[in-house]
Design a binder for this molecule. Structure first.
Ligand SMILES: CC(C)(COP(=O)(O)OP(=O)(O)OC[C@H]1O[C@@H](n2cnc3c(N)ncnc32)[C@H](O)[C@@H]1OP(=O)(O)O)[C@@H](O)C(=O)NCCC(=O)NCCS
Length: 452
Protein backbone atom coordinates (compact mmCIF):
# COMPACT_ATOMS: atom_id res chain seq x y z
CA UNK A 1 0.00 0.00 0.00
CA UNK A 2 1.43 3.38 -0.91
CA UNK A 3 0.53 6.71 0.62
CA UNK A 4 2.25 9.92 -0.51
CA UNK A 5 5.79 10.28 0.79
CA UNK A 6 6.69 13.72 2.11
CA UNK A 7 8.99 14.33 -0.85
CA UNK A 8 6.58 12.86 -3.37
CA UNK A 9 6.00 15.41 -6.15
CA UNK A 10 2.32 14.48 -5.97
CA UNK A 11 2.18 15.54 -2.33
CA UNK A 12 1.20 19.16 -1.85
CA UNK A 13 3.06 19.10 1.45
CA UNK A 14 2.82 21.63 4.23
CA UNK A 15 6.01 23.56 3.86
CA UNK A 16 4.26 26.82 4.72
CA UNK A 17 5.80 28.38 1.59
CA UNK A 18 2.92 29.92 -0.41
CA UNK A 19 4.87 29.45 -3.64
CA UNK A 20 5.68 25.78 -2.88
CA UNK A 21 5.71 24.31 -6.41
CA UNK A 22 4.62 20.92 -5.09
CA UNK A 23 1.08 22.18 -4.53
CA UNK A 24 0.74 23.45 -8.10
CA UNK A 25 2.43 20.33 -9.48
CA UNK A 26 0.05 18.15 -7.53
CA UNK A 27 -2.99 20.05 -8.76
CA UNK A 28 -1.74 19.78 -12.34
CA UNK A 29 -1.09 16.06 -11.94
CA UNK A 30 -4.70 15.42 -11.02
CA UNK A 31 -6.15 17.67 -13.74
CA UNK A 32 -6.41 14.86 -16.36
CA UNK A 33 -8.44 12.79 -13.91
CA UNK A 34 -10.75 15.69 -13.17
CA UNK A 35 -11.41 16.10 -16.90
CA UNK A 36 -11.85 12.36 -17.37
CA UNK A 37 -14.27 11.86 -14.46
CA UNK A 38 -16.68 14.72 -15.18
CA UNK A 39 -20.11 13.32 -16.11
CA UNK A 40 -19.09 9.73 -15.29
CA UNK A 41 -21.21 7.49 -13.09
CA UNK A 42 -19.59 5.84 -10.08
CA UNK A 43 -21.42 3.41 -7.79
CA UNK A 44 -19.82 3.24 -4.36
CA UNK A 45 -20.49 0.43 -1.89
CA UNK A 46 -20.02 1.52 1.73
CA UNK A 47 -19.99 -1.30 4.30
CA UNK A 48 -21.65 -0.99 7.70
CA UNK A 49 -18.20 -1.54 9.25
CA UNK A 50 -17.00 1.83 7.91
CA UNK A 51 -20.06 3.49 9.41
CA UNK A 52 -19.58 1.65 12.74
CA UNK A 53 -16.00 2.99 12.89
CA UNK A 54 -17.26 6.56 12.65
CA UNK A 55 -15.69 7.25 9.29
CA UNK A 56 -18.79 8.61 7.53
CA UNK A 57 -17.96 12.31 7.86
CA UNK A 58 -14.55 11.98 6.23
CA UNK A 59 -15.99 9.84 3.44
CA UNK A 60 -18.74 12.39 2.88
CA UNK A 61 -16.11 15.16 2.54
CA UNK A 62 -14.47 13.18 -0.26
CA UNK A 63 -17.76 12.29 -1.93
CA UNK A 64 -18.89 15.92 -1.88
CA UNK A 65 -15.66 16.83 -3.61
CA UNK A 66 -16.22 14.20 -6.30
CA UNK A 67 -19.78 15.44 -6.74
CA UNK A 68 -18.54 19.02 -7.10
CA UNK A 69 -16.12 17.79 -9.79
CA UNK A 70 -19.10 16.54 -11.79
CA UNK A 71 -19.01 12.83 -10.91
CA UNK A 72 -22.47 11.26 -10.82
CA UNK A 73 -22.57 9.30 -7.57
CA UNK A 74 -24.73 6.43 -6.43
CA UNK A 75 -24.00 5.46 -2.85
CA UNK A 76 -25.06 2.10 -1.46
CA UNK A 77 -24.66 1.44 2.24
CA UNK A 78 -24.55 -1.78 4.22
CA UNK A 79 -25.70 -2.31 7.80
CA UNK A 80 -24.34 -5.70 8.94
CA UNK A 81 -22.78 -4.68 12.29
CA UNK A 82 -25.69 -2.36 13.04
CA UNK A 83 -28.20 -5.17 12.46
CA UNK A 84 -26.13 -7.48 14.69
CA UNK A 85 -26.29 -4.80 17.39
CA UNK A 86 -30.08 -4.48 17.03
CA UNK A 87 -30.44 -8.25 17.32
CA UNK A 88 -28.28 -8.23 20.42
CA UNK A 89 -30.35 -5.47 22.04
CA UNK A 90 -33.55 -7.39 21.35
CA UNK A 91 -31.99 -10.71 22.29
CA UNK A 92 -32.85 -12.22 18.94
CA UNK A 93 -30.99 -15.11 17.39
CA UNK A 94 -28.81 -14.42 14.33
CA UNK A 95 -29.26 -17.41 12.02
CA UNK A 96 -27.41 -18.09 8.77
CA UNK A 97 -27.81 -20.60 5.97
CA UNK A 98 -25.05 -20.78 3.39
CA UNK A 99 -23.70 -17.47 4.81
CA UNK A 100 -27.08 -15.74 4.18
CA UNK A 101 -28.96 -14.33 7.18
CA UNK A 102 -32.42 -15.75 7.81
CA UNK A 103 -34.66 -12.70 8.07
CA UNK A 104 -37.92 -13.39 9.85
CA UNK A 105 -40.38 -10.60 10.69
CA UNK A 106 -38.58 -9.66 13.93
CA UNK A 107 -35.16 -9.56 12.25
CA UNK A 108 -36.62 -7.47 9.42
CA UNK A 109 -37.63 -4.86 11.99
CA UNK A 110 -33.99 -4.75 13.14
CA UNK A 111 -32.83 -4.35 9.55
CA UNK A 112 -35.27 -1.49 8.95
CA UNK A 113 -34.26 0.24 12.16
CA UNK A 114 -30.54 -0.06 11.43
CA UNK A 115 -30.99 1.04 7.84
CA UNK A 116 -33.18 4.02 8.72
CA UNK A 117 -30.70 5.27 11.26
CA UNK A 118 -27.76 5.02 8.88
CA UNK A 119 -29.66 6.77 6.14
CA UNK A 120 -30.42 9.71 8.44
CA UNK A 121 -26.80 9.87 9.60
CA UNK A 122 -25.52 9.96 6.02
CA UNK A 123 -28.05 12.61 5.01
CA UNK A 124 -27.12 14.68 8.04
CA UNK A 125 -23.45 14.35 7.19
CA UNK A 126 -24.03 15.59 3.62
CA UNK A 127 -25.86 18.61 5.06
CA UNK A 128 -22.78 19.97 6.86
CA UNK A 129 -21.42 23.29 5.71
CA UNK A 130 -19.33 24.70 8.51
CA UNK A 131 -16.67 27.24 7.61
CA UNK A 132 -13.07 25.98 7.63
CA UNK A 133 -14.13 22.42 6.80
CA UNK A 134 -14.06 20.68 3.42
CA UNK A 135 -17.86 21.05 3.40
CA UNK A 136 -17.88 24.86 3.35
CA UNK A 137 -20.01 26.03 0.37
CA UNK A 138 -21.01 22.43 -0.33
CA UNK A 139 -24.64 22.01 -1.40
CA UNK A 140 -25.06 18.32 -2.02
CA UNK A 141 -28.60 17.01 -2.31
CA UNK A 142 -29.16 13.38 -1.39
CA UNK A 143 -32.07 11.49 -2.89
CA UNK A 144 -33.24 8.07 -1.76
CA UNK A 145 -36.38 6.11 -2.52
CA UNK A 146 -37.93 2.89 -3.71
CA UNK A 147 -35.46 2.38 -6.54
CA UNK A 148 -34.76 -1.32 -5.92
CA UNK A 149 -37.21 -4.13 -6.60
CA UNK A 150 -36.40 -7.32 -4.71
CA UNK A 151 -37.46 -10.93 -4.73
CA UNK A 152 -37.19 -13.46 -1.92
CA UNK A 153 -34.10 -15.66 -1.88
CA UNK A 154 -36.48 -18.52 -1.14
CA UNK A 155 -35.71 -21.83 0.48
CA UNK A 156 -32.08 -22.93 0.77
CA UNK A 157 -31.12 -26.32 2.21
CA UNK A 158 -34.70 -26.74 3.42
CA UNK A 159 -34.69 -23.42 5.32
CA UNK A 160 -36.99 -20.59 4.24
CA UNK A 161 -34.91 -17.38 4.31
CA UNK A 162 -38.19 -15.43 4.50
CA UNK A 163 -37.43 -11.71 4.13
CA UNK A 164 -33.89 -12.21 2.86
CA UNK A 165 -33.89 -11.29 -0.79
CA UNK A 166 -31.91 -10.50 -3.92
CA UNK A 167 -32.19 -7.63 -6.39
CA UNK A 168 -34.69 -8.17 -9.17
CA UNK A 169 -34.67 -4.79 -10.85
CA UNK A 170 -33.17 -1.33 -10.48
CA UNK A 171 -35.25 1.69 -11.47
CA UNK A 172 -32.55 3.24 -13.65
CA UNK A 173 -34.87 5.89 -15.07
CA UNK A 174 -35.64 7.34 -11.65
CA UNK A 175 -31.98 7.16 -10.58
CA UNK A 176 -30.77 8.88 -13.75
CA UNK A 177 -33.41 11.56 -13.30
CA UNK A 178 -32.07 12.29 -9.80
CA UNK A 179 -28.45 12.23 -11.04
CA UNK A 180 -29.32 14.55 -13.93
CA UNK A 181 -30.66 16.97 -11.31
CA UNK A 182 -27.24 16.99 -9.65
CA UNK A 183 -28.19 14.85 -6.63
CA UNK A 184 -26.31 11.99 -5.06
CA UNK A 185 -28.48 8.87 -5.00
CA UNK A 186 -28.45 6.90 -1.77
CA UNK A 187 -29.53 3.25 -1.88
CA UNK A 188 -30.21 1.19 1.24
CA UNK A 189 -29.73 -2.56 1.55
CA UNK A 190 -33.50 -2.96 1.41
CA UNK A 191 -35.61 -3.67 -1.64
CA UNK A 192 -39.34 -3.84 -2.14
CA UNK A 193 -41.56 -6.37 -3.87
CA UNK A 194 -44.65 -5.72 -5.95
CA UNK A 195 -46.62 -7.22 -3.04
CA UNK A 196 -45.49 -4.27 -0.92
CA UNK A 197 -43.04 -6.18 1.29
CA UNK A 198 -39.52 -5.10 2.21
CA UNK A 199 -36.60 -7.50 1.74
CA UNK A 200 -33.22 -7.60 3.38
CA UNK A 201 -30.51 -7.43 0.68
CA UNK A 202 -26.74 -7.24 0.79
CA UNK A 203 -24.95 -3.98 0.04
CA UNK A 204 -22.67 -5.90 -2.35
CA UNK A 205 -25.63 -7.23 -4.34
CA UNK A 206 -27.38 -3.83 -4.56
CA UNK A 207 -24.12 -2.09 -5.57
CA UNK A 208 -23.19 -4.51 -8.34
CA UNK A 209 -26.76 -4.69 -9.63
CA UNK A 210 -26.99 -0.87 -9.69
CA UNK A 211 -23.62 -0.54 -11.44
CA UNK A 212 -24.62 -3.10 -14.09
CA UNK A 213 -28.10 -1.62 -14.63
CA UNK A 214 -26.77 1.94 -14.89
CA UNK A 215 -23.82 0.81 -17.05
CA UNK A 216 -21.66 2.67 -14.55
CA UNK A 217 -18.11 3.69 -15.42
CA UNK A 218 -16.88 2.48 -12.05
CA UNK A 219 -18.01 0.34 -9.16
CA UNK A 220 -15.99 1.02 -6.01
CA UNK A 221 -16.22 -1.11 -2.88
CA UNK A 222 -14.71 0.31 0.29
CA UNK A 223 -13.32 -2.70 2.12
CA UNK A 224 -11.64 -3.57 5.41
CA UNK A 225 -8.52 -5.14 3.85
CA UNK A 226 -5.98 -3.40 1.64
CA UNK A 227 -7.00 -5.01 -1.65
CA UNK A 228 -6.36 -8.27 -3.48
CA UNK A 229 -2.99 -9.84 -2.62
CA UNK A 230 -0.77 -11.93 -4.89
CA UNK A 231 1.03 -15.11 -3.76
CA UNK A 232 3.70 -13.06 -1.98
CA UNK A 233 1.09 -11.01 -0.10
CA UNK A 234 1.74 -7.82 -2.10
CA UNK A 235 -1.42 -5.92 -3.10
CA UNK A 236 -2.05 -6.17 -6.84
CA UNK A 237 -3.00 -2.77 -8.25
CA UNK A 238 -4.64 -4.10 -11.42
CA UNK A 239 -6.33 -7.40 -12.22
CA UNK A 240 -7.93 -8.69 -15.39
CA UNK A 241 -11.14 -10.67 -15.18
CA UNK A 242 -9.16 -13.81 -15.90
CA UNK A 243 -6.69 -13.10 -13.08
CA UNK A 244 -9.57 -12.34 -10.71
CA UNK A 245 -11.20 -15.67 -11.48
CA UNK A 246 -7.85 -17.37 -10.81
CA UNK A 247 -7.39 -15.53 -7.49
CA UNK A 248 -10.87 -16.60 -6.41
CA UNK A 249 -9.93 -20.23 -6.98
CA UNK A 250 -6.70 -19.88 -5.02
CA UNK A 251 -6.30 -19.61 -1.26
CA UNK A 252 -4.33 -16.32 -1.24
CA UNK A 253 -7.44 -14.25 -0.55
CA UNK A 254 -9.53 -14.04 2.64
CA UNK A 255 -13.28 -14.74 2.55
CA UNK A 256 -14.39 -11.13 2.98
CA UNK A 257 -12.24 -9.75 0.17
CA UNK A 258 -13.22 -12.71 -2.02
CA UNK A 259 -16.88 -11.84 -1.48
CA UNK A 260 -16.28 -8.29 -2.74
CA UNK A 261 -14.11 -9.51 -5.60
CA UNK A 262 -16.84 -11.93 -6.71
CA UNK A 263 -19.33 -9.05 -6.98
CA UNK A 264 -16.75 -6.83 -8.69
CA UNK A 265 -16.05 -9.59 -11.21
CA UNK A 266 -19.75 -10.09 -11.87
CA UNK A 267 -20.11 -6.34 -12.57
CA UNK A 268 -17.13 -6.31 -14.97
CA UNK A 269 -18.41 -9.39 -16.78
CA UNK A 270 -21.67 -7.55 -17.33
CA UNK A 271 -20.23 -4.39 -18.77
CA UNK A 272 -18.93 -2.21 -15.92
CA UNK A 273 -15.58 -0.93 -17.20
CA UNK A 274 -13.73 -0.82 -13.87
CA UNK A 275 -14.39 -2.19 -10.39
CA UNK A 276 -12.18 -1.19 -7.46
CA UNK A 277 -11.58 -2.59 -3.99
CA UNK A 278 -10.32 0.29 -1.84
CA UNK A 279 -9.23 0.09 1.80
CA UNK A 280 -11.52 2.33 3.87
CA UNK A 281 -9.13 2.66 6.80
CA UNK A 282 -6.74 4.83 4.80
CA UNK A 283 -7.82 8.44 5.18
CA UNK A 284 -8.82 9.69 1.72
CA UNK A 285 -8.40 6.18 0.28
CA UNK A 286 -11.07 6.79 -2.33
CA UNK A 287 -9.29 9.89 -3.61
CA UNK A 288 -5.91 8.15 -3.64
CA UNK A 289 -7.38 5.29 -5.67
CA UNK A 290 -9.01 7.64 -8.16
CA UNK A 291 -6.44 10.40 -8.56
CA UNK A 292 -3.11 8.60 -8.35
CA UNK A 293 -1.82 6.75 -11.36
CA UNK A 294 -0.87 3.71 -9.30
CA UNK A 295 -4.05 3.84 -7.19
CA UNK A 296 -4.16 2.42 -3.69
CA UNK A 297 -6.18 -0.80 -3.64
CA UNK A 298 -6.99 -3.18 -6.48
CA UNK A 299 -8.66 -2.27 -9.78
CA UNK A 300 -10.42 -4.93 -11.77
CA UNK A 301 -10.56 -4.22 -15.49
CA UNK A 302 -13.29 -5.39 -17.82
CA UNK A 303 -11.84 -8.12 -20.01
CA UNK A 304 -11.26 -7.31 -23.56
CA UNK A 305 -9.84 -9.92 -25.87
CA UNK A 306 -6.45 -8.70 -24.70
CA UNK A 307 -4.27 -10.49 -22.20
CA UNK A 308 -1.35 -8.97 -20.32
CA UNK A 309 1.10 -11.72 -19.38
CA UNK A 310 4.76 -12.68 -19.06
CA UNK A 311 6.47 -13.40 -22.38
CA UNK A 312 7.33 -16.87 -23.69
CA UNK A 313 9.98 -17.85 -26.24
CA UNK A 314 7.36 -18.13 -29.02
CA UNK A 315 6.49 -14.42 -28.51
CA UNK A 316 9.89 -13.31 -29.83
CA UNK A 317 8.63 -13.03 -33.43
CA UNK A 318 5.75 -10.82 -32.29
CA UNK A 319 8.01 -8.63 -30.15
CA UNK A 320 10.46 -8.14 -33.02
CA UNK A 321 7.62 -7.23 -35.39
CA UNK A 322 6.76 -4.29 -33.11
CA UNK A 323 10.21 -3.05 -32.17
CA UNK A 324 12.17 -3.48 -35.44
CA UNK A 325 10.51 -0.49 -37.20
CA UNK A 326 10.99 1.57 -34.00
CA UNK A 327 14.66 0.62 -33.93
CA UNK A 328 15.02 1.54 -37.57
CA UNK A 329 13.61 5.04 -37.08
CA UNK A 330 15.75 5.50 -33.95
CA UNK A 331 12.93 5.54 -31.37
CA UNK A 332 14.30 2.44 -29.69
CA UNK A 333 17.88 1.34 -29.33
CA UNK A 334 18.85 -1.70 -31.44
CA UNK A 335 18.72 -5.10 -29.67
CA UNK A 336 20.07 -8.37 -30.93
CA UNK A 337 17.58 -11.13 -31.54
CA UNK A 338 19.76 -13.35 -29.34
CA UNK A 339 19.64 -10.83 -26.50
CA UNK A 340 15.84 -10.85 -26.49
CA UNK A 341 15.91 -14.64 -26.62
CA UNK A 342 18.27 -14.76 -23.65
CA UNK A 343 16.22 -12.26 -21.65
CA UNK A 344 12.73 -13.35 -22.64
CA UNK A 345 11.86 -13.97 -18.97
CA UNK A 346 12.31 -10.27 -18.34
CA UNK A 347 9.62 -9.34 -20.88
CA UNK A 348 5.88 -8.90 -20.42
CA UNK A 349 3.56 -8.70 -23.42
CA UNK A 350 0.02 -7.70 -24.30
CA UNK A 351 -1.59 -10.17 -26.65
CA UNK A 352 -4.83 -9.77 -28.55
CA UNK A 353 -6.31 -12.83 -30.14
CA UNK A 354 -2.87 -14.41 -30.57
CA UNK A 355 -1.20 -11.23 -31.88
CA UNK A 356 1.42 -9.44 -29.76
CA UNK A 357 0.42 -5.77 -29.46
CA UNK A 358 2.91 -4.48 -26.91
CA UNK A 359 5.89 -5.35 -24.76
CA UNK A 360 8.11 -4.08 -21.96
CA UNK A 361 11.01 -5.54 -20.02
CA UNK A 362 12.31 -5.18 -16.47
CA UNK A 363 16.08 -5.30 -15.82
CA UNK A 364 17.79 -5.15 -12.45
CA UNK A 365 20.89 -6.50 -10.82
CA UNK A 366 20.68 -8.55 -7.63
CA UNK A 367 20.99 -6.32 -4.57
CA UNK A 368 20.13 -3.12 -6.46
CA UNK A 369 16.99 -1.18 -5.57
CA UNK A 370 16.89 0.75 -8.84
CA UNK A 371 15.70 -1.17 -11.90
CA UNK A 372 15.25 -0.36 -15.59
CA UNK A 373 12.10 -0.59 -17.64
CA UNK A 374 13.33 -1.19 -21.16
CA UNK A 375 11.81 -1.76 -24.55
CA UNK A 376 8.34 -0.39 -23.79
CA UNK A 377 6.58 -0.45 -27.12
CA UNK A 378 3.02 -0.68 -28.39
CA UNK A 379 2.20 -1.53 -31.98
CA UNK A 380 1.28 1.73 -33.82
CA UNK A 381 -2.14 0.33 -34.75
CA UNK A 382 -2.96 -0.24 -31.09
CA UNK A 383 -1.53 2.95 -29.59
CA UNK A 384 -3.66 5.41 -27.67
CA UNK A 385 -5.90 2.79 -26.04
CA UNK A 386 -4.16 2.56 -22.69
CA UNK A 387 -1.94 -0.47 -23.42
CA UNK A 388 1.24 1.53 -22.74
CA UNK A 389 -0.26 2.51 -19.40
CA UNK A 390 -1.17 -1.08 -18.54
CA UNK A 391 2.31 -2.34 -19.40
CA UNK A 392 3.90 0.36 -17.26
CA UNK A 393 1.65 -0.48 -14.29
CA UNK A 394 2.45 -4.16 -14.73
CA UNK A 395 6.21 -3.56 -14.81
CA UNK A 396 5.87 -1.33 -11.73
CA UNK A 397 4.09 -4.14 -9.93
CA UNK A 398 6.78 -6.64 -10.94
CA UNK A 399 9.46 -4.20 -9.80
CA UNK A 400 7.85 -3.70 -6.40
CA UNK A 401 7.55 -7.45 -6.00
CA UNK A 402 11.24 -7.79 -6.83
CA UNK A 403 12.01 -5.42 -3.95
CA UNK A 404 12.90 -2.40 -6.11
CA UNK A 405 12.15 1.07 -4.80
CA UNK A 406 12.74 3.04 -8.01
CA UNK A 407 12.39 2.49 -11.74
CA UNK A 408 14.25 4.30 -14.52
CA UNK A 409 13.83 4.56 -18.27
CA UNK A 410 16.11 5.89 -20.98
CA UNK A 411 14.27 7.66 -23.74
CA UNK A 412 14.97 10.06 -26.58
CA UNK A 413 11.42 10.79 -27.76
CA UNK A 414 8.91 9.75 -25.16
CA UNK A 415 9.92 11.91 -22.23
CA UNK A 416 6.52 13.59 -21.84
CA UNK A 417 4.66 10.33 -21.78
CA UNK A 418 6.76 9.24 -18.80
CA UNK A 419 6.61 12.65 -17.04
CA UNK A 420 2.83 12.46 -17.18
CA UNK A 421 3.05 9.12 -15.42
CA UNK A 422 5.09 10.21 -12.41
CA UNK A 423 8.69 9.95 -13.73
CA UNK A 424 11.12 12.77 -13.04
CA UNK A 425 14.05 14.02 -15.06
CA UNK A 426 17.35 12.71 -13.75
CA UNK A 427 20.86 12.27 -15.12
CA UNK A 428 23.14 9.43 -16.24
CA UNK A 429 25.10 9.92 -13.00
CA UNK A 430 22.07 8.52 -11.15
CA UNK A 431 22.15 5.21 -13.05
CA UNK A 432 23.38 2.07 -11.29
CA UNK A 433 27.09 1.63 -11.83
CA UNK A 434 26.64 -1.44 -14.03
CA UNK A 435 24.38 0.54 -16.40
CA UNK A 436 26.51 3.69 -16.43
CA UNK A 437 29.22 1.73 -18.21
CA UNK A 438 26.91 0.82 -21.12
CA UNK A 439 25.14 4.21 -21.34
CA UNK A 440 25.61 5.46 -24.91
CA UNK A 441 26.66 9.11 -24.52
CA UNK A 442 26.21 9.75 -28.27
CA UNK A 443 22.53 8.81 -28.14
CA UNK A 444 22.02 11.33 -25.32
CA UNK A 445 18.97 9.55 -23.95
CA UNK A 446 17.12 11.27 -21.14
CA UNK A 447 17.24 9.44 -17.83
CA UNK A 448 13.88 9.49 -16.06
CA UNK A 449 13.29 7.98 -12.63
CA UNK A 450 10.13 7.14 -10.74
CA UNK A 451 9.82 6.25 -7.06
CA UNK A 452 7.67 3.15 -6.59
C1 LIG B 1 4.96 5.31 -25.62
C2 LIG B 1 4.02 4.20 -26.01
C3 LIG B 1 4.50 2.88 -25.44
C4 LIG B 1 2.62 4.52 -25.46
O1 LIG B 1 1.74 3.46 -25.76
P1 LIG B 1 0.16 3.69 -25.87
O2 LIG B 1 -0.51 2.35 -25.76
O3 LIG B 1 -0.17 4.54 -27.03
O4 LIG B 1 -0.07 4.49 -24.54
P2 LIG B 1 -1.39 4.93 -23.85
O5 LIG B 1 -2.59 4.55 -24.68
O6 LIG B 1 -1.35 4.42 -22.46
O7 LIG B 1 -1.19 6.51 -23.85
C5 LIG B 1 -1.51 7.24 -24.97
C6 LIG B 1 -1.24 8.72 -24.71
O8 LIG B 1 0.17 8.95 -24.75
C7 LIG B 1 0.44 9.98 -25.68
N1 LIG B 1 1.74 9.72 -26.31
C8 LIG B 1 2.09 8.76 -27.17
N2 LIG B 1 3.37 8.89 -27.50
C9 LIG B 1 3.87 9.96 -26.85
C10 LIG B 1 5.12 10.61 -26.80
N3 LIG B 1 6.14 10.20 -27.50
N4 LIG B 1 5.24 11.67 -25.98
C11 LIG B 1 4.21 12.12 -25.25
N5 LIG B 1 2.99 11.55 -25.27
C12 LIG B 1 2.81 10.48 -26.06
C13 LIG B 1 -0.69 9.88 -26.68
O9 LIG B 1 -0.87 11.09 -27.36
C14 LIG B 1 -1.86 9.56 -25.79
O10 LIG B 1 -2.30 10.73 -25.17
P3 LIG B 1 -3.86 10.97 -24.87
O11 LIG B 1 -4.26 9.87 -23.93
O12 LIG B 1 -3.88 12.31 -24.23
O13 LIG B 1 -4.53 10.88 -26.18
C15 LIG B 1 3.89 4.10 -27.54
O14 LIG B 1 3.56 5.36 -28.07
C16 LIG B 1 5.14 3.58 -28.24
O15 LIG B 1 5.26 2.36 -28.44
N6 LIG B 1 6.03 4.49 -28.63
C17 LIG B 1 7.24 4.10 -29.32
C18 LIG B 1 8.25 3.42 -28.44
C19 LIG B 1 8.72 4.30 -27.30
O16 LIG B 1 8.90 5.49 -27.46
N7 LIG B 1 8.95 3.66 -26.14
C20 LIG B 1 9.44 4.31 -24.96
C21 LIG B 1 10.91 4.32 -24.94
S1 LIG B 1 11.54 3.28 -23.68
Amino acid sequence: MSTPEPDDPADPGESGDPTDPRFVNWLRTVAPYIHAFRGRTFVIGVPGELIAEDRVDKLVHDLSLLSALGVRLVLVYGSRPQVVEQLRLRRLEDRYVDSLRVTDAAVLECVKEASGEIRLDIEASFSQGLPNTPMQYSTVRVVSGNFVTARPSGIIDGVDLQYTGTVRKIDTRAIRFALDGGAIVLLSPLGFSPTGEAFNLTMEDVSSAAAIALDADKLLYLIEREGVPDESGEIVSELSELDAARVLESDVIDDDTAYYLRHALKACRQGVARAHLVPFRVDGGLLLELFRHEGLGTMLVEETLEALREARPDDIGGILAIIRPMEEDGTLVKRDHSLIERDIDRYSVIEHDGVILGCAALYHQPGERLGEMACLAVSPAAQGQGDGDRLLRHIEHRARRAGLSRLYVLTTRTMHWFLKRGFQVSSPAELPESRRATYDANRRSQVLIKAL
